[in-house]
Ligand binder design. Structure first.
Ligand code: PMP
Length: 365
């Protein structure tokens, strides 16, 4: 099935072809039930096995230890910007540390100001979010309840390759992994909370996955809305209210597909290869293409770049689109181009982009 385009969108983003075809085949009459997933009770036996299988496959993929709960929630990663301080701080006067490496981390920091006393321990803003500091340079607050990072900044293309260790043994590491979730193995045990909107690497929009250490559940602030309290969802296996059933089903198909490819070690190899040929093309262009991000922290998922002759950027995007490479326009806050190459972007898509870039450069000496 060739749809004629390679979709470089940042999210919602391209999904694996076998997953879409399987969903299509099962859409009208799910495994002989006479119903689609969208039409059946979230408490029925079919959906019960869908959500349980999705959870157990995700546990396999990320080797999630048993002392962590997996929650399938709504509200996007944006809702977690509030849920994290509401669940991890006992009152709005508790301190928390925020290490801000891009505009998503900054949004999390700003939202947290309503629910705790977040302290900005480092910001890359003055360097246009192109760096991640070395962690021993950063003064952590020993009383912080947690330290929050955004593991991959979707707009700026900055990705953590290792993680800070909280200064205090009672403090915990919290990561927004929305745009690199399941793109590589992660040692979940280093974190207290990992959260991710599904719509980049693992499914459609509408479901947000939260992986939370069980001992952190159950001490939310009194003002916490029932829907934002991790205990509500952990106690009811994500079925407290009607969950986003179809989105969870789609994530389940993606998890199966990732396992079939050999799991996240194999996925990371594929991602590194794709990102490598794109960065090599940028760096080998003699300055025609520019990626501002420091090499050691460049994202394997979101690759922002500009043209030295910025007046040609519009033409670049239009011509690429005519050749079936769509959604390459950079985020409105940074301009230029951005190629998002999540798990489901085939190598052939990146190869086609790289060939186009070389040809475009040759035509504009
Ligand atoms: N964090 C990151 C890193 C993101 O990329 C996004 C969405 N682009 C969000 C948070 C917000 O996610 P949502 O739209 O699911 O609320």
């Amino acid at each position: 099935g060739d749809r004629g385009v390679f979709n470089f969108a940042a999210g919602p983003a391209t999904l694996p072809e076998p997953v879409l075809l399987k969903a299509q085949a099962e859409l009208y009459n799910y495994r002989g039930s006479g119903m689609s997933i969208m039409e059946m009770s979230h408490r029925g036996k079919e959906f019960d096995s869908v959500i349980k299988k999705a959870e157990s496959d995700l546990r396999l993929l990320l080797s999630i230890p048993d002392d962590f709960a997996v929650l399938f929630l709504q509200g996007g990663a944006t809702t977690q910007f509030a849920a994290v301080p509401l669940n991890l701080c006992s009152s709005t006067s508790d301190p928390a540390d925020y290490l801000v490496t891009g505009s998503w981390g900054d949004k999390a920091f700003k939202e947290a100001q309503k629910f705790c006393k977040p302290n900005l321990i480092w910001s890359g803003k003055s360097e246009k979010y192109t760096k991640i500091p070395s962690f021993d340079e950063i003064p952590q607050n020993p009383d912080a309840k947690y330290i929050h990072i955004c593991a991959n900044e979707t707009i700026h293309g900055v990705e953590f390759k290792d993680y800070p260790t909280p200064a205090n043994k009672n403090s915990i590491l919290v990561a927004d992994m929305s745009s690199n979730f399941c793109s590589k193995p992660v040692d979940v045990s280093k974190f207290g909370v990992i959260y991710a909107g599904a719509q980049k690497n693992v499914g459609p929009s509408g479901v947000t996955i939260v992986i939370v250490r069980r001992d952190l559940i159950g001490s939310a602030q009194e003002i916490t809305p029932v829907m934002l309290d991790y205990k509500t969802h952990a106690d009811s296996a994500s079925l407290y209210n009607t969950p986003p059933c179809f989105a969870i089903y789609m994530c389940g198909l993606v998890f199966e597909h990732l396992l079939e490819q050999g799991g996240l070690v194999e996925i990371e190899k594929k991602n590194a290869k794709k990102a490598g040929i794109l960065y090599d093309t940028i760096d080998g262009s003699g300055g025609f293409y520019v990626c501002p991000v420091e090499k050691s922290v460049r994202s394997l998922m979101n690759i922002p770049f500009t043209l030295q002759k910025s007046e040609l950027e519009k033409k670049f995007i239009e011509e690429a689109s005519k050749e079936g490479m769509v959604q390459l326009k950079g985020h409105r806050s940074v301009g230029g181009m951005r190629a998002s190459i999540y798990n489901a972007m085939p190598l052939a898509g990146v190869e086609k982009l790289v060939a186009f870039m070389k040809d475009f450069q040759a035509r504009h000496p």
